[in-house]
Design a protein around this ligand. Structure first.
Ligand SMILES: [Cu+2]
Length: 199
C-alpha cells in the first residue's frame, strides 16, 4: 500500500521523492574589496554527507615561462599532482602551507615530480629560484568546487537541494585561512548569489 501511495504521489507531484537528489546549478559572483569582479577565487559548496570524489585522472601544475601554469588548480583530497618543468631553466618548487609542506629540489627541463595532497585546504606554491613564481593547489573535501573567471563568476552543477555551506577562498581575504563561509539553502531550482570579500 505504501508503495502504491508513493507512486501516486510521484505522479501527482514530480518533485516528490526527487527533491533530495535533484541537481541544481549554484551560481556565485565574487567581487573584491574594490567592488570589482574577483578572478581566481575558489568557491566551494559543502553538503553534509557528500564527500569529495575519489581522485580521478591526472592533475597537472606545470612550470612554464617562469610561472605556474595554471595559476591555481582545484583537486580532491587524496589527489596526486604532477609538476612538470617545461622551461629550459631549473625550478625548485616548495610549499610551507599547513595542509601540505613539501620541497621538490632543483629539477630541469621535461622532468616531472609528483606530490600527493591528503588534507583539505589551500597550498601556496613558490620556487626557490624565481621569487616571482606564485601558484596554488586548492585541495577540496567536496565535489562542488570551482574557480571564478575574469568576471568573478562560477557555476557549480549537481548540488542537491537543501542546506549547504557556501565558502569563498582567495589569498586577499582577511579571515582565518583566507576563507569566508556562510550557510545557504539551495532550492530545487538552484541558487544565485553574490559574495563581496570585504568583511
Ligand atoms: Cu622557478
Amino acid at each position: 500500500m505504501r508503495a502504491i501511495l508513493f507512486a501516486a504521489l510521484a505522479i501527482l507531484c514530480p518533485t516528490f521523492g526527487a527533491s533530495v537528489a535533484r541537481a541544481s546549478p549554484v551560481t556565485v559572483v565574487v567581487t573584491g574589496s574594490d567592488g570589482k569582479p574577483l578572478a581566481n577565487a575558489v568557491v566551494t559548496v559543502e553538503v553534509a554527507g557528500v564527500p569529495a570524489p575519489a581522485p580521478r585522472g591526472t592533475y597537472v601544475m606545470a612550470q612554464q615561462r617562469i610561472a605556474f601554469d595554471p595559476h591555481i588548480i582545484v583537486v580532491p583530497v587524496g589527489a596526486t599532482v604532477s609538476f612538470p618543468n617545461r622551461d629550459k631553466v631549473r625550478h625548485h618548487v616548495y610549499s610551507f602551507s599547513a595542509p601540505k609542506k613539501f620541497d621538490l629540489k632543483l629539477y630541469g627541463r621535461d622532468e616531472t615530480k609528483t606530490v600527493t595532497f591528503d588534507k583539505p585546504g589551500a597550498v601556496a606554491l613558490g620556487c626557490n629560484i624565481h621569487d616571482s613564481m606564485s601558484g596554488f593547489v586548492f585541495v577540496t573535501a567536496t565535489p562542488f568546487a570551482a574557480i571564478s573567471d575574469a568576471s568573478g563568476r562560477v557555476t557549480i552543477n549537481g548540488v542537491p537541494a537543501g542546506k549547504a555551506t557556501l565558502s569563498v577562498w582567495h589569498p586577499s581575504i582577511r579571515a582565518a585561512r583566507n576563507i569566508l563561509s556562510q550557510p545557504v539553502a539551495v532550492a530545487a531550482s538552484g541558487l544565485s548569489t553574490a559574495v563581496n570579500i570585504r568583511r
